[in-house]
Design a protein around this ligand. Structure first.
Ligand code: AP5
Length: 216
């Protein structure tokens, strides 16, 4: 199964994608993760993307679609994919159709995670991850059991994303409203969109997604 998790910054796409990976052995393809890895490695893509990401704007369609194409080319055909943070523009949606066809795949479902924007700012500005294993935490919603020590790997160093400040988050949301939300009707016309309430607790959102996938 190939699915898109669609929603504004902080909606919980990454959180839910990680759970689907654990439960179903699917592969999470997050363009945000790929771009941050490119920035850290100072590749040509990373050097081009860095300032754009720091401002909260969108990296070019060609760059992100090429990243997705390369990942799918390297993936075994039977492994299901969760697209997390891609597509984000009408052009990327068109490019995704072509890429899926090229790799003999089809899009099964688009799950929109609906949320309240003011809550999102709080969610994003408070989040941080373990610098060793990447486990996600939040200042208010999910602290490690032993403060300062990662529950998963015991690491003691944590990091925050540079674009997780209020000003940049507002720009990222404006980009979502202007460029990403308008692609939903395209998928609605195909009858493949389902919605979940992203304001519900994380476990409840996971259950709602599982119920959708069970019927798909
Ligand atoms: P990207 O990394 O994709 O960031 P984003 O879309 O802004 O999404 P986030 O990772 O911020 O949020 P999320 O929905 O995954 O939420 P999470 O699960 O972490 O993109 C970053 C940048 O890269 C973009 O701005 C752009 O520049 C560039 N880029 C990436 N893809 C691109 C593309 N296709 N085209 C062009 N440019 C691209 O959850 C957030 C927090 O909330 C966590 O702390 C979590 O624990 C908590 N939480 C989650 N769910 C719940 C819940 N139900 N209740 C309470 N807390 C919750």
């Amino acid at each position: 199964m190939n699915i898109i998790l669609l929603g504004p910054p902080g909606a919980g796409k990454g959180t839910q994608a990680a759970r689907l990976v654990e439960r179903h052995g699917m592969r999470q393809l997050s363009t945000g993760h790929m771009l941050r890895a490119a920035v850290a490695a100072q590749t040509p893509v990373g050097l081009e993307a860095k300032a754009i990401m720091d401002r909260g704007e969108l990296v070019s369609d060609e760059i992100v679609s090429a990243l997705i194409d390369a990942e799918l080319a390297a993936l075994a055909p039977g492994v299901g994919v969760i697209f997390d943070g891609y597509p984000r523009t009408a052009e990327q949606a068109v490019q995704l159709d072509a890429i899926l066809a090229k790799h003999g795949r089809k899009l099964d479902r688009v799950i929109e995670i609906g949320v309240d924007e003011d809550e999102l700012v709080h969610r994003i500005v408070g989040r941080y991850t373990c610098a060793t294993c990447g486990e996600g935490y939040h200042d208010d919603f999910k602290q490690p059991k032993l403060l300062g020590t990662c529950d998963k790997c015991g690491g003691t160093t944590f990091k925050r994303r540079k674009d997780d400040n209020e000003e940049t988050v507002r720009t990222r949301m404006a980009e979502y409203r202007a460029k990403t939300a308008p692609i939903l009707p395209l998928y609605e016309a195909r009858g493949i969109v389902s919605r979940v309430d992203g304001m519900a607790p994380i476990d409840a959102v996971s259950e709602a997604i599982e119920a959708i996938l069970a019927k798909a």
